[in-house]
Design a protein around this ligand. Structure first.
Ligand SMILES: Cc1cc2nc3c(=O)[nH]c(=O)nc-3n(C[C@H](O)[C@H](O)[C@H](O)COP(=O)(O)OP(=O)(O)OC[C@H]3O[C@@H](n4cnc5c(N)ncnc54)[C@H](O)[C@@H]3O)c2cc1C
Length: 380
């Protein structure tokens, strides 16, 4: 991939820089609670949407800018330069939107895409269950047809952002008599109904970022099946591929922001001259650059094949380990001040523990890379 920008890309970058300079962010609420931080990100997404910047990679007809992959990369990097947060509806923008664009009917695209852009309707991902995580296809949540509706019963777990969500990308079993991958259907489930209870799960950080979902007779109209009955596995794979490739791109940018912040704090404390500190920061810088270039390479795969490839698993693995190392080094470097309750670094250190589990565990990603990138024999 050619990493030099052409004139059109430079013009895109300058327009965005101009917009970001004119639309200064409110300061990040560092001491506030999760809800306050979330509304800060939601406000930011609304402003992006007003300026036509919420989803530059979406086609123009759906409210995006039809940006090329390089322009999308420029977009994320410029957000990082400006110290901007991830937009609040990140699962809608990166997962639900692209999945609906790939599999949705024209009515579904018309109905769901616009409110994703404006953060008016937040989305969550109802895939994992207490007995189905890595082996997603063994999920037990059942959907039974009742006239032109489906009645859903079961339990989901680790559902991030469900407390803010209007819609859920839900995978449920519609046929128990066929092989497990074939009996699944993908639903767009309205969270605002009596049959859905959201119970917060408090993480080690103290914040309930994810939840249990108890679904007891929730109703979903036939019109909200995405991709057709029995096709849920294929539709879910579209979501998962977008999750690994798209989120990795977002997250490598965020990792760069954190590393820059750590270097600045080390400089304030006069620690940059310390050879051990310089060595560790240098290594983190190197990993962040490898991650950035690998994420660009992942974009090339989208360019060639029209959808993210298994290489996204590599960026997700590299990002999660580097992020954990960075958060740990920040605590080593800054000492007890980085461990105070409420401190942003303490949050990063604790939150990073889940990085090697969420969005596919490291072991599962290694299997995918071994089999589908390196072509090694299958583990099972
Ligand atoms: C912060 C966070 C946010 C999350 N958000 C969401 C969300 O919004 N929506 C959602 O649906 N889910 C979400 N998840 C759930 C996440 O997708 C699962 O935790 C993950 O897929 C692993 O599933 P599991 O927890 O059931 O572990 P298991 O699949 O039971 O795995 C247990 C252990 O066995 C290993 N293992 C499993 N299979 C294999 C194999 N084939 N080869 C080698 N080792 C293996 C795993 O690596 C792991 O170490 C989130 C998780 C976290 C931590």
């Amino acid at each position: 991939m050619d990493l030099t920008f052409n004139e059109r890309e430079l013009a895109f970058r300058d327009e965005l820089r101009g917009w970001l300079a004119e639309n200064q962010l409110a300061p990040e609420p560092l001491e506030g609670d999760e809800d306050e931080h979330y509304s800060w990100r939601r406000d930011f997404q609304r402003r992006l949407a007003d300026g036509g910047w919420a989803a530059v990679h979406w086609p123009v007809q759906y409210g995006g800018r039809g940006a090329t992959l390089t322009e999308s990369a420029i977009f994320f990097e410029e957000l990082a330069r400006a110290g901007a947060p991830l937009p609040a509806n990140v699962l809608g923008l990166l997962l639900a939107g692209p999945t609906i664009m790939t599999w949705g009917t024209s009515e579904q695209k018309e109905r769901y895409l616009h409110p994703i852009l404006t953060a008016e309707e937040i989305w969550c991902q109802g895939f994992s269950e207490p007995d189905a995580g890595s082996d997603l296809a063994s999920l037990k949540t059942r959907a039974v047809r009742d006239g032109d509706e489906w009645v859903i019963t079961g339990q989901k777990v680790w559902t991030s952002g469900a407390q803010y969500s209007k819609w859920c990308m839900l995978v449920a079993r519609t046929d128990a008599d066929v092989p497990k991958h074939k009996g699944l259907t993908y639903f767009l489930m309205d969270m605002e109904q009596d049959g859905v209870a959201v119970v917060p799960l408090r993480q080690i950080t103290g914040s309930p970022e994810f939840n249990e979902l108890f679904i007891d007779g929730a109703r979903v109209p036939e019109a909200n099946v995405l991709g057709g009955e029995g096709n849920g596995w294929k539709v879910a794979l579209t979501t998962l591929m977008n999750e690994r490739a798209g989120l990795a791109f977002f997250l490598q940018v965020r990792l760069r922001q954190m590393l820059d912040r750590l270097v600045a704090e080390a400089a304030v404390q006069g620690k940059l001259e310390d050879a051990v500190v310089a060595d560790r920061l240098g290594e983190l810088h190197l990993r962040a650059e490898i991650l950035r270039l690998t994420a660009y390479r992942g974009l090339t795969s989208v360019e060639k094949y029209g959808q993210p490839g298994p290489e996204g698993s590599l960026t997700k693995w590299l990002w999660s380990e580097t992020n954990q190392q960075l958060a740990q080094f920040a605590a080593d470097l800054l000492g007890p001040s980085a461990l105070r309750a409420g401190d942003r670094w303490a949050y990063e250190l604790l939150r990073a523990r889940g990085n090697t589990i969420e969005g596919g565990t490291t072991e599962v990603l290694k299997n995918i890379i071994a089999e589908r990138v390196l072509g090694l024999p299958k583990a099972r």
